[in-house]
Design a protein around this ligand. Structure first.
Ligand SMILES: Nc1nc2c(ncn2[C@@H]2O[C@H](COP(=O)(O)OP(=O)(O)OP(=O)(O)O)[C@@H](O)[C@H]2O)c(=O)[nH]1
Ligand SMILES: [Mg+2]
Length: 378
C-alpha cells in the first residue's frame, strides 16, 4: 500500500465499489467427484444459514445409501481384483451373501438385521484388505468414514452432523445455484459483495450441459482431486482420473466461451493425497515424468513434492502455445478459433470437507476476484 498515492487508492475504491454493486457469478467446474458440490455446502455453512435440523434429517437416506453402496462395492470386488482377497472369518460368509443378494441400490428398508450384517462384514480383515485396494475398482471417497460410523448412523434417532453432510456423496445431474454475500475487506473499500455460485455435474455425460451457463461467468473455480493420481474414471476404466482432470482444465483454459473468465484452480483432497503418499503411493507409476521433476521451491517430504508437481502441471498447461493445442472435445466450445491471451491462473491447495480450510482459502479467493476486477476496469 505504502507506495500507492492516495488519489490512486481512491480511484481503486471508487471503481471497485461501482463494479461490486453488480453480482459476481462464479462457476464450479471439474471432473466427477472432484468436490464441487462439497464447496457449495461449505458456502451454505459459511455464508448462508448452515443446515437446519430438518435439512439434516433429509440427508439420512443419502447417507444410508452411501453405506449400502460402499459395502456392496467392496464385497463385490473381493473376487474380481487380482490377486483376489479371502474372508478372514468363516462367519462373515453369510453376511457377505446377504449384502450381495440385496444389491447396491435403494429401495431398501434399513433393518437391524441389515446393519448387523454390514457390521460383521466390515469387521472382517479380508474385507478391510479389499477396501485398502479400492484404487483397483470404483468406490466412493466416504466409504470408510461412514462404515466406521455405522453404530451411530443405524440408530433410529440419528441426526447427521455437519461433517456427515459434507462427506455424503450424491452425484450432481442438474445445474444449481447458491446466492450469498461476503464482507469486502476494508483495503478493497469495505461493504458487501454479492456472489452467485453455480454447481454442475462433472462426469462426462453431464458436461454437455455446461455451455448453458458459460455466458456471464466472471470466475471459474476449477476443482481437481489431487488424490486421483492412482484412480481410473468411473465412465471409462482405461483413463487415469488425474490425467482427465488436466485434459479438462486445458479444454477450459482455451475455451472460447469462457475466455474472459478468471481461472482459479483448487488442487483438492489434499488430506487424501497426503495419506496416500505417506502410505507409499507412487506417483511415478502413473506419471513417469514425476521421477525427473525437481521442484523450484524447497520441499521437506514426498507429499510436498507431489503437491508442487501438480501445481507445476497446471502452470505447464497454462504456458502452452495455443497453436499446439488440439480440440480435445471434453466440453463444447473447446476448439481453438483464435489465440487467447495468456491468463493468470491462481492455484490453491484445498480440503473441501474442512470448513476452516475452505474459510481461509476463500479469503484469498475473494481477494483474487477483487484484484482481477480492479485490474480489468483500467
Ligand atoms: N477426504 C476428502 N473428501 C472430499 C474432499 N472433497 C470432496 N470430498 C468427498 O468427495 C466426494 C465427492 O464430492 P462431491 O462434492 O460430490 O463431488 P462433485 O465434484 O460435486 O461430483 P459430481 O457431482 O459428480 O460432479 C464426497 O463424498 C465428498 O465428501 C476433500 O477435500 N477431502
Ligand atoms: Mg456434485
Amino acid at each position: 500500500m505504502g507506495c500507492k498515492s492516495k488519489k490512486k487508492e481512491d480511484k481503486d475504491h471508487e471503481l471497485y465499489s461501482k463494479k461490486f454493486m453488480g453480482t459476481q457469478k462464479l462457476l464450479l467446474l471439474g471432473t466427477g467427484e472432484s468436490g464441487k458440490s462439497t464447496i457449495i455446502k461449505q458456502m451454505k455453512i459459511l455464508h448462508v444459514n448452515g443446515f437446519s435440523e430438518s435439512e439434516k434429517k433429509e440427508k439420512i437416506p443419502n447417507i444410508r445409501q452411501n453405506i449400502r453402496e460402499s459395502i456392496y462395492d467392496i464385497l463385490s470386488h473381493m473376487n474380481t481384483i487380482n490377486p483376489p482377497e479371502q474372508l478372514e472369518k468363516e462367519e462373515s460368509k453369510t453376511a457377505v451373501e446377504y449384502i450381495l443378494q440385496l444389491g447396491p441400490k435403494e429401495p431398501i428398508e434399513y433393518t437391524d438385521e441389515y446393519f448387523d450384517q454390514v457390521d460383521i462384514a466390515w469387521r472382517d480383515e479380508g474385507v478391510k484388505k479389499t477396501f485398502r485396494r479400492s484404487n483397483e475398482y470404483q468406490l466412493i471417497d466416504s466409504a470408510e468414514y461412514f462404515l466406521d460410523r455405522l453404530h451411530i448412523i443405524r440408530k433410529t434417532d440419528y441426526i447427521p452432523t455437519v461433517e456427515d453432510i459434507l462427506y455424503c456423496r450424491v452425484k450432481t445431474v442438474s445445474i444449481s445455484k447458491i446466492e450469498f454475500e461476503v464482507q469486502v475487506p476494508k483495503s478493497f473499500g469495505g461493504g458487501m459483495a454479492e456472489f452467485w455460485m453455480y454447481d454442475v455435474g462433472g462426469q462426462r455425460g453431464e458436461r454437455k450441459k455446461w455451455i448453458k451457463i458459460f455466458s456471464g461467468i466472471e470466475t471459474i473455480l476449477f476443482l481437481i482431486a489431487a488424490s486421483d493420481f492412482d484412480l481410473t474414471l468411473r465412465e471409462d476404466n482405461k483413463i487415469n482420473r488425474l490425467q482427465e482432470s488436466f485434459n479438462l482444465f486445458e479444454d477450459i483454459y482455451w475455451n472460447q466461451f469462457v475466455r474472459d473468465a478468471g481461472l482459479i484452480v483448487f488442487l483438492n483432497k489434499q488430506d487424501v493425497l497426503k495419506r496416500k503418499i505417506q502410505q507409499g503411493g507412487n506417483m511415478t507409476e502413473y506419471f513417469p515424468e514425476y521421477s525427473d521433476y525437481v521442484p523450484k521451491e524447497s520441499c521437506e517430504n514426498e507429499y510436498d513434492k507431489a503437491k508442487l508437481f501438480m501445481k507445476h502441471k497446471i502452470e505447464e498447461i497454462s504456458a502452452k502455445n495455443p497453436v499446439t493445442i488440439e480440440n480435445i472435445g471434453l466440453v463444447p466450445g473447446s476448439n481453438i478459433l483464435e489465440t487467447v491471451s495468456a491468463r493468470t491462473v491462481y492455484t490453491h491447495f484445498t480440503i473441501a470437507t474442512d470448513t476452516r480450510n475452505i474459510r481461509t482459502v476463500f479469503d484469498s479467493v475473494h481477494q483474487n476476484i477483487l484484484q482481477k476486477n480492479i485490474r480489468s476496469l483500467y
